[in-house]
Ligand binder design. Structure first.
Ligand code: ME8
Length: 521
């Protein structure tokens, strides 16, 4: 069964939007690759998908970084956002929309969300008053200040002059949403994943929520608050709203409206609270439906350490692609890291994975079987005659694989989906070795044909199912099997879509060249 029977099924999925205050790093790459694999799987399974990613371009941090670079914030983010988009392209990610929070359409969306939260009575102006020291950039309470002999008021701790200041901030009545949020986590246990994150968030909410400051007046690089142009919105109100902007909000007639509520927000573990507490509270207040699921993946660490510029271990995704190839990088992060846990990156680990799974594994299997077909079967899909129990057993494994992979993908166990696919690669390899078609070539050519047919048909199943993970290599493999582009969906797997004996195949070529160390000469 696929989603194409009956009503059209939709699937909306997003990554977080990245801060473009520095160049994209491997953590950003990891998130967009994983999200892409899920989006591609859903398309393959017959869903109409909206997959979005982008950049979160406002806020004091960006304004200051731009100033240090001697650029206006707009020029700075234009350059950086282009790098993030180029990374997603270089990683072969099939996003439908790259959103930048500086787009006019996004301003309209954020201001509308704000107006709706305000109309609900959830936004109020609060005055903050105190003795402010400009030099310390800090407020002091009455009893922390004293009047000096010169009659001037000073901070006791630092001796700096203070002046009475009153600042206005808008606050969001987050405190009113605690019970509704806890009910949400109770009724929709899938809302936050993995489960450990759900427990963390629930206990944070249970400990009591304070109202949230949602506007700033000390900088201006942000979305102006409607009716109060001296305030810009807190960057998280602005950023989270990107997920409805991409579905055309607030335009009721927009064709992308069907993608809200989104099915899945893929984010990192450090920003689960923003997505599982603030975001649903804002949406409840604005009277909009809630996303179905928020999943906090783990961090990708360079040999166990968090990547950071100060540690000097930031890995440039473009360098990785250049060194290993895009599918080697995609396969590595998806197969090696249990989705939801932290994972480690190292040169040795990526080479080991590439060699075992891709070069010696799938690549070698395709190479040796397809070159035998080219040489001994006139380059056509062989006839198979009656199938033996062994033949049928392998095909049966291939035929159940879509169900197993779908179940793993539904649980967002991307690494399990891949290991299930590789169980079939290994089974097919064993079958090939046990059947010895190179011996059958002389003793029983008809059996050789049947055996090569079964291997080619198994490769078709593997090729279709690896498309979400290693799209470029999967396309190459399916080209070698002469599978038409329109016949590469999950619905084409199994009995109904079998390779047709006699169909001409192109000349075989290698899928995954052996990795050679650059300094190996
Ligand atoms: O948090 N490994 O932006 P960001 C894996 N703008 N994932 C990582 C990572 C790592 N080493 N480092 C960061 C923001 N990430 C906000 C999001 S969404 C409305 C606003 C993930 O550029 C991180 O967890 O700091 C987040 O999901 C994404 O990369 C962007 O991080």
């Amino acid at each position: 069964m696929t989603a194409t029977d009956g009503a059209e099924k939709t699937f909306g999925i997003s990554t977080a939007i990245s801060y473009p205050n520095g160049a994209p790093h491997i953590g950003h790459a990891y998130e967009v690759i994983a999200t892409d694999a899920i989006a591609r799987f859903k398309r393959l399974d017959g869903y109409d998908v909206l997959f979005t990613t982008g950049t979160d371009e406002h806020g004091l941090k960006i304004q200051q970084t731009a100033a240090r670079a001697g650029l206006a914030p707009r020029a700075f983010v234009d350059d950086m956002a282009a790098r993030f988009q180029a990374m997603a392209d270089a990683l072969d990610c099939s996003y439908d929309r790259f959103i930048r929070t500086t787009e006019p359409a996004h301003y309209a969306s954020v201001q509308e969300i704000w107006r709706r939260m305000e109309a609900r009575g959830d936004i109020y102006l609060s005055k903050y008053a105190g003795w402010y020291s400009v030099r310390d950039e800090a407020y002091y309470a009455e009893d922390e200040t004293e009047t000096g002999p010169d009659g001037e008021r000073r901070a006791k701790a630092t001796g700096t002059p203070v002046a009475w200041m009153e600042e206005e901030n808008f606050l969001f009545r987050l405190s009113a949403y605690g019970d509704r949020l806890l009910a949400l986590y109770e009724e929709q246990p899938d809302f936050i994943g993995p489960e450990t994150r759900r427990n963390e968030v629930a206990s944070f909410v249970r400990s009591g929520l304070k109202d949230l400051s949602v506007s700033r007046t000390n900088f201006d690089w942000g979305v102006p608050v409607p009716g109060h142009p001296d305030h810009v919105m807190y960057v998280w109100v602005d950023a989270l709203t990107n997920y409805v902007t991409v579905t055309g909000f607030p335009d009721e007639a927009d064709t992308r409206k069907k993608f809200w509520p989104m099915d899945l927000h893929v984010i990192g573990k450090d920003i689960v609270r923003f997505h599982a507490v603030y975001w649903p509270a804002f949406l409840m207040s604005a009277g909009l439906p809630l996303p179905k699921r928020v999943f906090g993946h783990g961090f990708l660490l360079s040999k166990g350490e968090k990547m950071s510029k100060s540690l000097g271990n930031v890995v440039d995704p473009f360098d990785l692609i250049g060194a290993y190839g895009v599918d080697a990088v995609r396969h590595f992060v998806l197969r090696e890291v249990p989705f939801g846990s932290d994972g480690n990156y190292s040169h040795e680990a990526i080479i080991t994975r590439y060699t075992a799974d891709l070069s010696n594994g799938l690549g070698n299997l395709a190479q040796r079987s397809l070159s035998m077909i080219a040489k001994n079967c006139e380059g056509r899909v062989p006839e198979h005659g009656d199938l033996t129990a062994d033949d049928r057993a392998l095909l049966a494994l291939a035929d159940v694989l879509p169900e197993t992979v779908r179940a793993a993908m539904d649980r967002l166990a991307l690494h399990t989906a891949l290991s299930e696919i590789w169980t079939l690669v290994t089974a097919c390899d064993r079958y090939f070795d046990a059947q010895k078609p190179w011996v059958l070539r002389k003793t029983d050519p008809a059996r050789m044909g049947a055996c090569l047919y079964v291997v080619a048909e198994t490769l078709r199943a593997i090729g279709i199912l690896v498309q979400p993970f290693i799209p470029g290599s999967a396309a190459k493999l399916l080209d070698l099997l002469a599978v038409a582009p329109e016949d590469r969906r999950i619905a084409d797997l199994g009995e109904g879509g079998r390779l047709v004996p006699g169909a001409a195949l192109p000349a075989p070529s290698g899928l995954f060249p052996r990795f050679v160390e650059p300094d190996a000469g």
